[in-house]
Design a protein around this ligand. Sequence first.
Ligand code: JFB
Length: 252
Amino acid sequence: MRCDVITIFPEIFNAYFSLKIFERALQSGIVGIKVHNLRDYTFDRHKTVDDYPYGGGPGMVLKPEPFFRAVKAIRADGVETCTIMLSPQGKPFDQETALALSKEKRRLLFICGRYEGIDERVKDALVEREVSIGDYILTGGELAALVIIDSVVRLVPGALGDEHSADEESFSWGILDYPHYTRPPEYEGLKVPETLLSGNHGEIARWRRKEALRRTSSRRPELLKRAPLTEEDDRLLLEIKEEEKDEPDQCS
Ligand code: JFB
């Protein structure tokens, strides 16, 4: 998996990718990440990247020329490239998109803006996909690019070392995770659920699935419509409904 980034804040990426888990992924060669400073592609001695918006209005807009020069310089090595721009107007990013990108043979090039955004001609001429990480406003594309790279890299086989089970991940696909516990069995009067200490693997699996369904049903009911559910899941959901009659949900 090869990822390149164009940004005016390369330090943000270097800080995150120098974490131990990413250092290993980078050293192994399974992942390659290169961060390019947009200012290195400016012409003038002030290294100007922004300018006033045509038509007026508040804030500044990132100029097109440095992006055109940066993208051309990066693509000059002939490596097939999928160019992705982060923006609030983009297609919502989800796990399906993460999986598709993790299987992408081409280099991924992330274009990060700041201020009011980037001159539209950059998108028109250079960008294949415009992506948003969600309906809230960030101050720039950098955190969105990090979110996407993080979620994509962990799906690349062997990249982060810990081989999270593909079986487990496809089983739990589309619903929320079950609650996790570790030692001690009791802390400040708070007990670990008895079932998890029982050593009965069948009963533990059933308990976890039921708790995952309980959380999904109470917090994200819309997910249950899309998730692949078994007949056993339907039985567990009925049990949960019955329990709710006795003890209504306390959590909002
Ligand atoms: C991405 C960005 C800005 C215009 C510009 C560049 N989910 C998301 N929220 N915000 C962004 C995003 C994604 N992906 C995002 C790139 C830029 C925000 N800004 C700031 C905020 C509002 N309107 C500039």
